[in-house]
Design a protein around this ligand. Structure first.
Ligand code: NAD
Length: 359
């Protein structure tokens, strides 16, 4: 079975779907890598060759593995019956999914990997959220005109920065852990009550806003009611001025990002404070976030940069490649595709089966 690894073409995308180490571990598969596919992530063509890959046109392979969803031109290069493994935004990009179905592609969306223990090694949302959470804290630390840690110097004592992380899923917990390592005083908040213990286990305090949401069977937060949302905004407007940096990661699958921080809450923060909004691509958790940009509003720096994993392409690709490899080995356990549609991972991750859009 041939696996093709194209060079990513989306603007700013520096990751690659398989790294040389993963190619070497895929024994029993032939891997064709487009020349230059790993360059932006620090992996040379030579390294792929040494790992056993051929360099060439990846689009005719039996399985094509990507990071970003294919453009219309890329989709047109996929043969009927090709298996595609990629992020595909199945909930947000129906047009793209229908285009793949129309081409007769069997597409597996990395966003749709079920969050069950058996599939943990394939969970790319988690691996990339880990990168985003870490990077968000570094950005906050870099933009803040203050130290994160407590310092005792001959010139006096510097108080540690106060950081709050809103939304403590995979990215939020990593942001909390990173801010703690840098010595900040950290608080975390989430609407899922189960998260309190996880926040506290990282040495942060749980910020009690008096708002409690529901957790779905899949482990995600359910959207808050309008009253709960208003209550949350009111509570945050009161509490945020205490903090130097705010990192927000709140998401509800398939919905616009919940608006946690109204403009009035930004106005109430001290000048020089920083908000890093990891939900920017889904519309942002802060009312004043400009997706894809960094802006200053009321003296507060609001960072809405997109695709943070791509800013750490080497490790982000390494982790993503492990997720892709685990899925490939699941779909083709003996080096050939054996698609078992009664299997929860195979059926749950597949978004188009030949002409059909899967439910
Ligand atoms: P996510 O990216 O969908 O959302 C990020 C966080 O935002 C979540 O913790 C969510 O509860 C929170 N949130 C939503 N609305 C909010 C609001 N109004 N205010 C504050 N916070 C809000 O979530 P995620 O990081 O992908 O993780 C979701 C869950 O799945 C977590 O419990 C995580 O531990 C779990 N998980 C399980 C597995 C597994 O078992 N294999 C793997 C990964 C994640």
């Amino acid at each position: 079975m041939r696996v093709g690894v194209p060079k990513e073409t989306a603007q700013g995308e520096r990751r690659v779907a398989l790294v040389p180490e993963a190619v070497a571990r895929l024994s029993g598969f032939e891997v064709v890598v487009e020349p230059g596919a790993g360059t932006a992530a620090g992996f040379t063509d030579e390294a792929y060759r040494e790992a056993g890959a051929a360099l060439g046109d990846p689009w005719g392979a039996d399985v094509v593995v990507k990071v970003a969803k294919p453009t219309a031109e890329e989709a047109a290069r996929l043969r009927e019956g090709t298996v595609l493994i990629s992020f595909l935004q199945p909930l947000a990009d129906r047009e793209g999914i229908e285009r793949l179905a129309g081409r007769g592609v069997v597409a597996f969306a990395m966003e749709s990997i079920p969050r069950i223990t058996r599939a943990q090694a394939m969970d790319a949302l988690s691996s990339q959220a880990t990168v985003s959470g870490y990077k968000a804290t570094l950005i906050a630390a870099e933009r803040l005109p203050k130290f994160f840690p407590l310092l005792m110097t001959a010139a006096g004592t510097v108080a540690p920065a106060k950081v709050v992380v809103l939304g403590a899923g995979v990215a939020g917990l990593q942001a909390i852990a990173t801010a703690r390592r840098l010595g900040a005083v950290v608080a975390g908040f989430d609407v899922r009550p189960a998260v309190r213990e996880q926040v506290e286990s990282l040495g942060a305090t749980f910020l009690d806003l008096g708002v409690r949401g529901e957790e779905t069977a899949a482990g995600y937060a359910a959207e808050l009611t309008a009253e709960q949302q208003a209550e949350q905004q009111r509570a945050l407007e009161e509490r945020l001025p205490d903090y130097d940096a705010v990192i927000t990661t709140a998401l509800v699958p398939g919905r616009p990002a919940p608006k946690l921080i109204p403009a009035a809450a930004v106005a109430a923060m001290r000048p020089g404070s920083v908000i890093v909004d990891l939900a920017a691509e889904a519309g942002g958790n802060c009312e004043l976030t400009v997706p894809g940009e960094e802006v200053v509003r009321q003296g507060v720096t609001i960072v809405g940069l997109a695709n943070l994993p791509s800013t750490m392409p080497n490790h982000a690709s390494q982790l993503y490649a492990r997720n892709v490899t685990a899925l490939l080995q699941h779909l083709a356990p003996n080096g050939e595709l054996e698609l078992d549609w009664t299997d929860e991972i195979t059926a749950g991750t597949c978004v188009t089966r030949q002409e059909e859009v899967a439910a």
